[in-house]
Design a protein around this ligand. Structure first.
Ligand code: 0A1
Ligand code: ZN
Length: 886
């Protein structure tokens, strides 16, 4: 019996799939011919497959196919298949008693014009496009829709020529021609074997930005970015990024592009960021279009990173793919690592690392601490779309980064060479990747590989001891991981810790290691903590050192360090590792805010932050040396991140203490901010150079503090004189909180009128209002739902308004009235009816209810339960709900 507030863990229509149940495919598809007859009121898909039986004991062929596929005909070796040999159930079609080798042809009708799930074949802005990862191909036709069934595709597309002059699919264009009734066709052939999730088709009236690239072996590759005519000039940055990424992959990995055509298409309705379909990448416009008028400097960097990411998948994902979806991190962790390294090489390595660590801590550490925690290689899922997570992607990349550090760059690249040689054209596992690394280096990574199967963020407590007589400095490490759902006990991991010892004059101290497992590297000592407890002893030291631990964030752990506040101030000034300088300053800010929170709850005086202000003053004095780094180090941690440091999250006190520190920094350094802001004033027009970007970044930080005292004038002027989106948005963000209603309305109206024709800019307009700290924020969000430019059906718009509010505005979303929770529940319920994938992501902020006080937690769970009462809930949302309420 189930009590009324329980939800069954699974049921027949939503079974749990387990890694341990993996079975190799029973059939191989040698070749597939697809024929798409695209029509306004419905599309006919003919799929002819040549199949070969692999498992002799299998009589029947079981194909995947969405319940919405309308089967018009089916023939086997040219003969219609009798109805009694066919059995359709849930998402499968069983064909009984098939021979060992045969040709199967199905004709189905689908309705892309009604497809708001944005999975399979759908329409966006008048064009047809596809999204097949992970299991979208089964919405297009009956198939063996699993990544370890790789095949050669021939695709014929027929459509109205005037409406859809551009017809694209994977591989090479073989033939085009005109047909009767104003229709035309194109025939594409992809010579590389691929799984169905990499299939793509686009048909539309699109313009094209053309360029080309000559590979190092001399192949000329034609590069095309397709977009709406109006957006074409905004594709240039993506094109330049693409060429840089192609060159980088040749130089760093020796990996060359393998076809003579590479196409990218920009679509405005897309559930995720972009998709690496073989030679036909499909992108959310957000990650292709970039223009100073509508894009911030960060947006430019994101476009470059995502372009590189999708391109790098051509080898790490497409040529070598995943055996099953549990291995998703095989391609994603590795490709994120590759794109992070690419971006580091294009700009500042230290800043890129700081930004990546911020994301990891804000999102992945939070995921590890909640009901959806899972290993980098999950062991089970109900809906695979729910596992495109920061754990699989970003923690997965950290695992690759740790292997890179443990084996060294040369060793890692030797491993990559073996991985590519050994597995090109195959669908493989994370273990295969680790084995290639081991074999190339004669290394044993079996202990390290536990990182793939064990969920949770390790905690690493460090103690120190200095013996003034023997001059021996000791470090004691203790690691533990809290239980996570389904994993109550944890084993010790191999944690690589990069560290240095800093002497009283601020220089690196030479020392001799007399106990502990470590290597000496250029960047410091690399300790290999492998047991629950480990001791390291250093000698040959003239004085007690200050340890600089976990440099470059060498492992994704929560460190509790023996470094006291005074030493942190010292590290902020002297550490040669920039990441650690930033970290020390962040720690000081976090400590100050946490002290403020407890002062508020105990009704005691707020903490003295004068030393922190002094350290920041010193940083400001030195700002010209590296303005971009100064901008990072002086940016305070978010309220949400402070929330992660305490249970229950003291929503209002965190806000108050956060404001207190911001005000202290604003007032304590008022003249410095003023001078800095004036000194960094625009000299000449906008440029997208590292120097200009750094200047804009630091000036925006200065502006923020400058206005914090309540004077909006500098922000207003900044807005009015801006000649680019970075500056405009920096000012708008500040003004969005203003309690001067007239001013705020005026500026938001101005922004809207200026940029109404630019959807990506209007997304920012919605987001800024949803992130406002004003008490009437939710009312504004609700009224914006009715704005003409708002649509629940466009994921970018939905995320900009509702996603920003729920995931980015801790103070207002978690308002004690519970209104924010009820609002989100209602929206998710609506969106789930047509776009489950996006609905499931939107609901995640409610899944953290255990971290909040009983009153909030009860209201959050009540919303989750209310949603769960709906019998028609998608598998996507259902899975999140069951895991969150259990
Ligand atoms: N593989 C893509 C991202 C992606 C994943 C899933 C999707 O639908 C469920 C769509 C895109 C990447 O890593 O870029
Ligand atoms: Zn990817």
């Amino acid at each position: 019996m189930m009590s009324s507030d329980q939800i069954p863990a699974e049921n027949e229509t939503r079974p749990t799939i387990y890694l341990k149940d993996y079975q190799p495919p029973a059939f191989r598809i040698e070749r597939v011919d697809l024929d798409f007859d695209l029509q306004e009121e419905g599309t006919r898909v003919t799929c002819r497959m040549v199949l070969q039986k692999l498992a002799a004991d299998q009589d029947d062929l079981v194909l995947d196919g969405d319940a919405g596929l309308k089967l018009l005909s089916i023939t086997l070796d040219g003969q219609p298949v009798a109805a009694d040999r066919l059995h359709r159930q849930d998402e499968t079609l069983r064909i009984k008693a098939v021979p060992d080798h045969f040709t199967l042809e199905t004709v189905v009708e689908i309705e892309p014009q009604k497809n708001d799930r944005l999975e399979g074949l759908y329409r966006s802005g008048g064009q047809f496009c596809t999204q097949c990862e992970a299991e979208g191909f089964r919405n297009i036709t009956f198939f063996l829709d699993r990544p370890d069934v790789m095949s050669i595709y021939h695709v014929r597309i027929t459509a109205d020529k005037a409406l859809y002059p551009v017809l694209l699919s994977n591989g090479n264009l073989v033939e085009t021609g005109d047909l009767a009734n104003g229709r035309h066709f194109a025939l594409w052939h992809d010579p590389f074997q691929k799984p169905s999730y990499l299939f793509a088709l686009v048909a539309g009236d699109l313009d094209c930005l053309k360029d080309h690239f000559t590979t190092r072996s001399g192949r000329d590759v034609s590069l095309n970015i397709y977009a709406r005519a109006h957006d074409l000039p905004k594709c240039r940055h993506a094109m330049e990024s693409l060429k840089r990424a192609m060159r980088w992959d040749e130089e760093v990995y020796g990996l060359e592009y393998d076809l003579s055509i590479f196409n990218i298409v920009a679509v405005s309705d897309f559930n995720m960021g972009a998709m690496e379909n073989k030679s036909l990448n499909i992108f959310n416009t957000k990650y292709v279009l970039a223009d100073p008028e509508i894009s911030t400097d960060d947006d430019f960097d994101h476009v470059e990173g995502v372009i590189a990411h999708e391109y790098f998948h051509n080898w790490t994902g497409n040529r070598i793919t995943c055996r099953d979806w549990f291995q998703l991190s095989l391609k994603e962790g590795l490709t994120v690592f590759r794109d992070q390294e690419y971006s580091s090489d294009q700009g500042s390595r230290a800043i890129k690392r700081i930004q990546d660590v911020r994301i990891l801590r804000a999102h992945q550490f939070a995921e590890d601490d909640g009901p959806m925690a899972h290993p980098v290689r999950p062991e089970s899922y109900m809906e695979i779309n729910n596992f495109y997570t920061v754990t699989v992607y970003n923690k997965g990349a950290e695992l690759i980064r740790m292997m890179h550090r443990i084996l060294g760059a040369d060793g890692f690249h030797r491993g990559m060479d073996i991985y590519v040689q050994r597995h090109d054209g195959q669908a493989v596992t994370c273990d295969d990747f680790v084995a290639a690394m081991e074999d190339a280096n004669g290394a044993d990574l079996s202990h390290f590989a536990l990182w793939y199967s064990q969920a949770g963020t390790p905690h690493l407590d460090v103690r120190e001891d200095w013996d003034d007589k023997t001059k021996i400095y000791s470090l004691y490490f203790k690691q533990y991981i809290n239980p996570t759902p389904g994993q109550s006990t944890k084993a010790a991991l191999h944690i690589p810790i990069l560290m240095g010892l800093i002497g009283p004059n601020g220089g690196e101290m030479a020392a001799r290691l007399i106990e502990g497992d470590a290597d000496q590297t250029e960047k410091g000592w690399l300790l290999h903590v492998k047991e629950a407890e480990a001791v390291y002893r250093f000698t040959d030291l003239a004085a007690k050192p200050v340890p600089s631990l976990l440099r470059q964030f060498s492992a994704p752990v929560q460190l509790s360090s023996p470094v006291d506040d005074g030493q942190k101030h010292f590290l902020v000034r002297h550490d040669q590792d920039e990441f650690s300088r930033w970290e020390a300053c962040q720690d000081l800010m976090i400590d100050a805010i946490l002290k403020g929170v407890s002062a508020i709850s105990l009704q005691k005086p707020m903490p003295d932050v004068s030393e922190l202000i002094e350290s920041c003053a010193a940083l400001l004095k030195d700002a010209d040396r590296d303005p971009a780094f100064t901008a990072e180090i002086l940016t305070m941690p978010s309220e949400a991140y402070i929330g992660q440091k305490m249970t229950p999250v003291a929503v209002d006190a965190i806000h108050e203490a956060h404001q207190y520190l911001k005000k202290a920094l604003a007032d304590g350094l008022a003249s410095q901010w003023r001078d800095l802001y004036a000194r960094l004033a625009n000299k000449g027009p906008y440029e997208l150079t590292a120097e200009h970007k750094a200047r804009r970044a630091l000036r925006s930080v200065a502006l923020l503090y400058l206005c914090f005292g309540g004077d909006s004038d500098p922000a207003l002027k900044h807005y009015q004189t801006a000649d680019n989106m970075t500056d405009r948005l920096a000012a708008l963000r500040i003004l969005s909180h203003s309690d001067d209603d007239d001013l705020r309305e005026r500026i938001f109206a101005d922004f809207y009128n200026r940029l109404a024709h630019e959807p990506l800019a209007i997304d920012k307009w919605f987001a800024m209002q949803a992130l406002s700290l004003r008490p009437d924020c939710l009312d504004r969000v609700k009224s914006l739902l009715r704005h003409d430019a708002f649509s629940l059906r466009n994921p970018n718009r939905l995320r900009a308004l509702v996603g920003s509010f729920a995931a980015g505005n801790q103070l207002r979303f978690h308002d004690i009235s519970g209104e924010g929770y009820r609002f989100l529940g209602k929206i998710v319920g609506e969106v789930d009816r047509f776009n489950p994938q996006t609905a499931a992501r939107l609901i995640l902020p409610l899944s953290t209810h255990k971290r909040f006080d009983p009153e909030r937690s009860a209201m959050m769970t009540s919303v989750l339960r209310g949603l769960a009462a709906n019998k028609d809930l998608s598998r996507d949302v259902y899975e999140i709900l069951t895991k969150s309420i259990s």
